[in-house]
Ligand binder design. Structure first.
Ligand SMILES: CC(C)(COP(=O)(O)OP(=O)(O)OC[C@H]1O[C@@H](n2cnc3c(N)ncnc32)[C@H](O)[C@@H]1OP(=O)(O)O)[C@@H](O)C(=O)NCCC(=O)NCCS
Length: 325
């Protein structure tokens, strides 16, 4: 650099040229879970949904990136609307606070209009992204707490445990997930819900080069009534952390019961941590009994890009996440 301000520019991610540099950016920001060049390629170019990523360069070197995915949401009688999901929003620490993140976020609007998305959303757990998007006029929709299940007291009579059973499956049966999603979310009601298909679930849970996913099914009176997807991290041969994703239960099953069953099925030792986002606690969103808040929260921020986007709707993520915007 010859002195003076570096030249910052923005362009589309090129899988062949940029995947190693974007993987390196991931590894700088999240060193505990390293990825290689295949990860951004899988994540940004191989999924069934339209999407991609953009990169920011300083004097030609990648210093930031942000990906997006255009996700269909079912919304009552309107049929489908599209949400542009911003993800992997990253600026190299040396280059932060120079408006590079803002430049990336603003450019998501171009993609929203290119793809006809009715709103843009991002789920963030850092202050910088929250403040930055709010400065750009986005709305803070909700805060989602992550809970830890250390002990799971279930009050007697909370449910008839004999009727419900949980089974662990070593892989993910995405056809099953798809049919349960379809059954649970009826687009005839007023919720905005993401539309999932076998194709999306296969891509996400079966082809991820970084994570291996498992599934547990929930049966009520012997009839399949729900599932959850989880991944776990082994340390010293023991599963030390379990992360639960995509919980769908067609019955109002207390999540604490399911988690306790899962813990015993997996023979997880008592010190193991099991993490759940508040979004899973559909029935007991305000006071999820038996779950300890970890202090770790994520914030959902959105920007409406279409004036016809419903002004007040309830957004129910597949995990039972109800908020208004
Ligand atoms: C979030 C992130 C992408 C922001 O990128 P950035 O290029 O530093 O952001 P900008 O320079 O455009 O910030 C614009 C404004 O947002 C606010 N902001 C940005 N980072 C902030 C921080 N760490 N704390 C408080 N406010 C912050 C400020 O108001 C800032 O303006 P100012 O510098 O004039 O005060 C970057 O901090 C990052 O990569 N963090 C680590 C990865 C991550 O957690 N990403 C979010 C996942 S959703």
């Amino acid at each position: 650099m010859q002195g003076g301000d570096p030249e910052i520019s923005f362009r589309e991610f090129n899988a062949q040229k940029d995947s190693g540099d974007v993987a390196a950016l991931f590894n700088t920001l999240y060193p505990s879970r390293p990825v290689d060049h295949r990860y951004p390629v899988w994540r940004y170019t191989e999924g069934p949904l339209p999407g991609g990523a953009l990169v920011a360069t300083a004097n030609g070197v990648i210093v930031g990136s942000c990906a997006f995915r255009v996700e269909p949401f079912a919304f009552g009688p309107r049929g489908r609307i599209l949400g542009l999901h911003g993800l992997d929003f990253m600026v190299h620490p040396t280059w932060q606070r120079k408006r590079i993140g803002s430049g990336l976020a603003v450019r998501l609007r171009d993609y929203a209009s290119r793809y006809g998305a009715n709103f843009i959303y991002m789920l963030t757990n850092v202050k910088g992204a929250r403040v930055l998007t709010e400065r750009l006029g986005w709305t803070r929709l909700s805060t989602i707490a992550t809970y830890r299940c250390a002990a799971l007291p279930i009050s007697p009579g909370e449910m008839n445990q004999a009727r419900i059973s949980v089974r662990h499956h070593s892989g993910v049966d995405s056809a099953l997930c798809s049919s349960l999603f379809a059954r649970q979310f009826n687009p005839g009601d007023s919720d905005v819900v993401p539309v999932r298909s076998t194709e999306i679930l296969d891509w996400r849970y079966r082809n991820d080069p970084r994570n291996q996913y498992h599934m547990a099914t929930i049966a009520l009176d012997g009839r399949l009534s729900g599932y959850l997807i989880f991944k776990w991290f082994h340390r010293d041969e023991h599963p030390a952390e379990i992360d639960i994703l995509d919980y769908v239960a067609a019955v109002d099953t207390p999540v604490t019961f399911v988690v306790r069953e899962l813990r015993s099925l997996l023979k997880v030792n008592a010190s193991a941590n099991l993490w759940l986002d508040g979004v899973f606690t559909r029935g007991d969103h305000d006071s999820p009994s038996g779950l300890e808040p970890t202090g770790y929260t994520s914030t959902l921020v959105i920007e409406r890009t279409d004036p016809d986007c419903p002004g007040f709707v309830s957004i129910a993520m597949p995990l039972g996440w109800h908020e208004a915007f």
